[in-house]
Ligand binder design. Structure first.
Ligand SMILES: NC(=O)c1ccc[n+]([C@@H]2O[C@H](COP(=O)([O-])OP(=O)(O)OC[C@H]3O[C@@H](n4cnc5c(N)ncnc54)[C@H](OP(=O)(O)O)[C@@H]3O)[C@@H](O)[C@H]2O)c1
Length: 264
């Protein structure tokens, strides 16, 4: 069993922990990587864009831990298998996995191409990528016998049909990630591995700069808290789920969206 904290001292510390973050080279993944590094964790980043990865590692260096990026396509199970093995050896194991890599598409189903390529691209990355990483890292965590924390980055789109943009593959894959989180919490609890999901709403990343002003204003008006989230706020929640403070928390899906799903 995972012991409870006995005081608040170091309850949110990740000192001495090794974290693997997919898509940690930019956006929310980089914010999570920085939040983890600031709390003392060593961080491995899995992504495809080597230039962005190098920039991310440079941003992490001032925190003083071990940071390394690995080229990996989470869609490709064989590639995941090889790169997880390499990173596991380089870090001497991981106690934290954040499944953050994701893509989206904005299109109604009937407007998609004949091959439904957008449908498969989003499901293959957001859902199957999460499954591939959980399978490969989860087996190693189990065999290492030290427990662990898996944090899946889903979305508030798992619970709503977004009126501003049609995105059924994204919503369905994120809904599946939430239920995968429930299933894995039950399957992996006996190995002291906790599994939780974070469901962000509209958050200020590179992508949000392309939202037209009238839509941006509409969304902010719908939100009880009246503003987009900041990436560091998602990082803070990920720190909580990965930390000793959350030792009794598994199988949850925490929405962080300024209350948007309650009023959209
Ligand atoms: N931003 C938001 O408002 C928001 C809201 C709710 C949920 N989310 C979720 O949060 C996560 C991060 O979103 P974001 O806004 O930070 O996205 P982003 O800036 O577009 O970054 C996506 C990340 O995923 C990685 N990635 C995509 N496909 C991959 C693949 N096949 N293999 C490995 N890495 C891959 C990218 O790596 P490369 O650079 O190497 O391609 C990149 O690091 C996603 O799961 C997203 O659905 C975001």
């Amino acid at each position: 069993m995972i012991p409870s904290i006995t005081s608040m001292k170091d309850a949110f510390s990740l000192k001495g922990k090794n974290a693997l973050i997919t898509g940690g080279n930019r956006g929310l993944g980089l914010a999570i990587a920085k939040a983890f590094a600031e709390q003392g964790a060593n961080v491995a980043i899995f992504c495809r864009d080597a230039k962005k990865a190098a920039e991310a590692i440079d941003e992490l260096k001032p925190f003083g831990g071990k940071y390394e990026s690995f080229s990996c396509n989470v869609v490709d199970l064989q590639n995941v298998r090889e790169v997880v093995a390499k990173a596991w050896d380089a870090f001497g194991g991981f106690q934290i996995l954040v499944n953050n890599a994701g893509v989206t598409c904005v299109s109604e189903l009937l407007d998609m191409d004949e091959e439904l390529s957008d449908w498969y691209r989003v499901l293959n990355t957001d859902l199957n990528g999460t499954v591939h990483m959980t399978y490969e890292v989860g087996k190693r965590m189990r065999d290492a016998g030290k427990g662990g924390s898996i944090v899946n980055i889903a979305s508030n789109a798992a619970f709503i049909v977004n009126k501003t943009q049609a995105m059924s593959p994204y919503s369905c894959s994120k809904a599946a990630v939430v239920h995968f989180t429930h299933c894995m919490a039950c399957e992996l609890g006996k190995y002291n591995i906790r599994v939780n999901a974070i469901c962000p709403g509209f958050t200020n990343t590179d992508l949000s700069q392309f939202i037209p002003k009238d839509m941006f204003d509409y969304i902010n008006n719908q939100m009880p808290l009246g503003r987009f989230g900041e990436p560091i706020e998602v990082g803070a929640l990920a720190v909580y789920f990965a930390s000793p403070a959350a030792a009794q928390v598994t199988g949850t899906a925490q929405v962080i969206d300024g209350g948007y799903i309650l009023s959209c």
